[in-house]
Design a protein around this ligand. Structure first.
Ligand SMILES: N[C@@H](CCC(=O)N[C@@H](CS)C(=O)NCC(=O)O)C(=O)O
Length: 214
């Protein structure tokens, strides 16, 4: 069973990197071969990458036994099902599994949409192809308000809980945490979401993630 993971530091593929870090910590050995790509140099836009790995030209992507799998949410759920259940890092089939999937997809669709608008409208957007960046103050305000609304939902869901699914940590925490770290890099105001701050601290204290961030 061979997995190749296509990664670029400080990009969306940090989600997958964190998921692998948790799994590999429990597994006690690498689960994949990491290939580091440079987005600036266009490594994800080569004919070979587009043909064999990800036609969208994005990281993260994994190729497992010759099968390309892309989209960080799909990868998190796939790795959770394939390896995570065994290490109590992903729920068994059933409503808890559905809950984990809900948070993973929510981060990718809802948080990322507003986060990307915030990044672009504030001019923090990356200079990659197709990114315009720098829009007006009204766009910044709208994106900021949307993020506040979504992060408050996360805060409410964490009320009285250690982790997203309750007492048990799961890869849904890992995945959503990487999106919240992106929020802190963008200096999104977290002063009023104490549950999120506490949870970020607990997740960041996980040995696997501490090691990853060293
Ligand atoms: N929805 C995708 C987003 C992936 C994505 O946008 N990746 C960016 C980096 S953050 C990328 O690879 N960009 C390279 C490029 O556009 O050339 C996912 O979650 O996997």
């Amino acid at each position: 069973m061979a997995i190749t993971f296509y990664h670029s530091p400080n990009s969306t593929s940090e989600c997958t990197n964190a998921v692998f870090a948790e799994l590999e910590y429990s597994h006690g050995a690498p689960l994949c071969e990491r290939v580091n790509l440079s987005l600036e140099k266009g490594d994800t836009r080569t004919p070979s990458y587009l043909k064999n790995v990800n036609p969208s030209g994005h990281v993260p992507a994994i190729v497992h036994d010759g099968v390309p799998i892309w989209e960080s949410s799909a990868i998190a759920m796939y790795l959770g099902e394939t390896f995570g259940e065994k290490y109590q890092l992903y729920p068994a089939l059933g409503p808890r599994r559905g809950e984990a999937m809900k948070w993973i997809i929510w981060a990718n669709i809802t948080i990322a949409e507003a986060g990307t608008r915030f990044m672009d409208s504030t001019g923090m957007g990356s200079p990659l192809p197709g990114r315009e960046g720098g829009k007006g103050p009204a766009d910044v305000e709208r994106a900021k308000n949307d993020l506040k609304k979504w992060i408050e939902i996360l805060d409410g869901a964490l009320e009285g809980k250690e982790f997203l699914l309750g007492e048990e940590y799961s890869l849904a925490d890992t995945h959503v945490w990487t999106f919240m770290r992106w929020m802190t890099f963008m200096k999104v105001d977290m002063s009023e979401v104490g549950n999120v701050r506490g949870w970020m601290g607990r997740v960041g204290e996980r040995p696997a993630l501490k090691k990853l961030l060293q």
